[in-house]
Design a protein around this ligand. Structure first.
Ligand code: ATP
Ligand code: MG
Length: 574
């Protein structure tokens, strides 16, 4: 590609709404432009990178036995009503009507559509297993689009769906995708981890997220320094404590204390001269319309996802004022376990506490010396809190470490959630009807591009890993008007193109400094400089974008030298 012909509008200014490096650099490097909130147009440079990611994804999906399809973006409401998600998906689902007043949505995902397709076409066990995938644009009306294409409303996704006759088959399909994802992100040249993820109501350990490790990541990642355990922070487990001996100290008489203006844990501690470890937080949740009190030690945080999974409810939110008043007899801020009229579930951290402090279910009052069994009973103890750095690993007893990650992929064993609702059934060997077992597997292709930039950039711009670099080599003659330089550049451009190298030839009539700045900004792995002094010695200069190393290379062997350097970089990522 000749730069003079290439639609590559680079800019110096950092866009005012761009908070993270990848968002800034994708605009500055002329990869994309914002159309409206969370919706972007991709320019040629951006599209080239996306296509390279897609190509790797496609090759690995095909290699794993999945077959490519292409499903509609517009989906009829009926299918979503059948699965129940027309109601449950919420506001991220963009709904609209056609001219006949029929309801439709823009696909945020395709479980319904693919299950409909498969139920109509697959009838017997002989047609199973199947894994179908597509690379397609998704729309999700995200509440807060931000960080460019990292969390936008319209984005590219590869989504695959497996259908199996039985559980063993479904596990094998899952494993194949899990392995394919490892190859995909390795081949993209990324540093990543597969972490255990929340399975919601499905349960089991059959959901993994693939996280690109980056400080700017929205997800907390927890991993063990002693074993292979790694999990999303929201999922990371806390083992049930060994049966603890009775807590030390005497059980003191229950005491109600007037605590005006005292609300937060810090205020309670200061007022009563206790520590957060002595206090119990009581949160009232609305679980599918019923009030539930959740107890956790004062220095810990409740993990709502764990609460939701434990209760097995469809919807969970903090209770409103009316529900709190009905449950506790007092306004918000004074809930406690003593005398409360709701089901109580408690985090393990409550076990072994003695003479606790908690709200008195009475405005401006707390109670001291609360003790389990004597003063209140707990319906169940469970793991309901957020993990903390240094917590014990649930697998090996080691110590947990925190990091940040960007979720670029997700593999999920769905079980029969959709096949049951949409009646995707087949006849088994005995002619008996059975429900298919499904899995779904997503990769955010556009998010992967942004994640790569988060991982690989410096103060001058992007530093593409070779496998997804839009161009592998950029040729910059320092002065295009000098015939010898222009001719050498042109010849090298042809020779590299013949060798299958992706080259950008900066044939613009610009100062060398301008060209160098652009080359650094768009992050091409190798920059060739052709200048008069070196050329007089029969040499050119090759600069490595990542290391900054500059080598003087004989012009005669330059094309072969570069082609093998590119190949070596590609092989390293395989
Ligand atoms: P998140 O927790 O980030 O919202 P999700 O759990 O909703 O992600 P999935 O439904 O599993 O995501 O979608 C599969 C993949 O699609 C994700 O792993 C991610 O890479 C990508 N993705 C999801 N939402 C967005 C978005 N708003 N913008 C860009 N990519 C997205
Ligand atoms: Mg989401």
């Amino acid at each position: 590609m000749r730069y003079s012909n290439f639609f590559l509008p680079t800019v110096k200014e950092v866009p005012s709404d761009a908070e993270i490096a990848s968002h800034q650099l994708m605009i500055r490097a002329g990869m994309m432009r914002k159309l409206t909130s969370g919706i972007y147009s991709y320019l040629p440079l951006g599209l080239k990178v996306i296509r390279k990611v897609e190509q790797i994804v496609r090759e690995e999906m095909n290699r794993a036995g999945a077959q490519e399809v292409f499903l509609p973006a517009v989906q009829p409401a009926e299918l979503w009503q059948e699965s129940g998600r027309w109601v449950f998906y919420g506001k991220e689902l963009l709904r609209f009507k056609d001219r006949h007043n029929r309801d439709y949505c823009l696909g945020p995902t395709h479980e319904e559509v693919i299950t409909d397709l498969v139920r109509n076409e697959i009838k017997t066990y002989r047609q199973l297993p199947r894994n179908l995938y597509q690379i397609q644009t998704k729309f999700r009306d995200e509440i807060r689009p931000r960080f460019g294409v990292m969390r936008c409303r319209e984005f590219g996704m590869k989504d695959a769906y497996s259908f199996d006759a039985d559980n063993d088959g479904a596990d094998l399909s899952y494993r194949k995708m899990f392995d394919a994802y490892h190859r995909i992100f390795s081949r993209c040249g990324l540093m990543f981890r597969a972490v255990e993820a929340d399975t919601g109501s499905i349960g089991g350990s059959s959901s993994h997220e693939f996280m690109v490790m980056a400080e700017s990541g929205e997800d907390g990642v927890v991993y063990c320094d002693g074993c292979a355990y790694a999990a999303n922070l929201e999922k990371a487990e806390i083992p049930k404590p060994e049966d603890t001996a009775a807590p030390a100290g005497d059980v003191l008489p229950l005491e109600e204390v007037h605590t005006p203006e005292v609300r937060t844990i810090e205020e309670v501690c200061a007022f009563l001269g206790v520590t957060p470890q002595d206090v119990v937080k009581t949160l009232i949740f609305n679980a599918d319309g019923a009030a539930v009190a959740v107890l956790v030690r004062g220095d810990e945080e409740v993990n709502e996802i764990k609460v939701k999974n434990f209760l097995g409810c469809d919807e969970l939110e903090l209770a409103g004022d009316d529900m709190i008043l009905a449950a506790t007899g007092s306004p918000r801020g004074f809930a406690g376990a003593v005398g409360i009229k709701t089901r109580i579930v408690a985090d393990y951290s409550i076990m072994g506490m003695r003479n606790m402090v908690m709200g008195a279910n009475r405005e401006d009052y707390h109670v001291k010396n609360v003790n389990l069994d004597r003063d209140f009973r707990v319906g169940a103890f469970a793991d309901l809190r957020v993990v903390r750095e240094g917590d014990v690993c649930p697998r090996c007893g080691g110590s947990l470490t925190f990091a940040r990650g960007i979720e670029v992929g997700h593999v999920f064993k769905l079980g029969t959630k959709y096949s049951k609702a949409l009646k995707a059934v087949y006849l088994d060997r005995n002619g008996k009807e059975q429900i298919m077992i499904m899995g779904c597997y997503g990769i955010g292709t556009t998010r992967t591009v942004a994640a790569a930039i988060e991982q690989y950039h410096d103060e001058d711009g992007i530093v593409w890993p070779m496998p997804i670099a839009p161009f592998q080599v950029i040729i910059t003659p320092v002065n295009i008007n000098e015939e010898a330089l222009a001719k050498t550049a042109e010849d090298l451009y042809q020779a590299l193109t013949e060798r299958g190298v992706d080259v950008l030839f900066d044939d613009r009539d610009e100062r060398a400094g301008v060209k160098f700045k652009d080359a650094d900004l768009i992050g091409i792995p190798y920059r060739v400089t052709i200048g008069p002094k070196k050329l007089a010695e029969g040499k050119i200069e090759v600069k490595n974008r990542k290391t900054g190393d500059v080598s003087s290379v004989d012009l005669a062997g330059a094309a072969d030298y570069l082609a093998s350097a590119v190949k070596a970089d590609l092989d390293r990522a395989m």
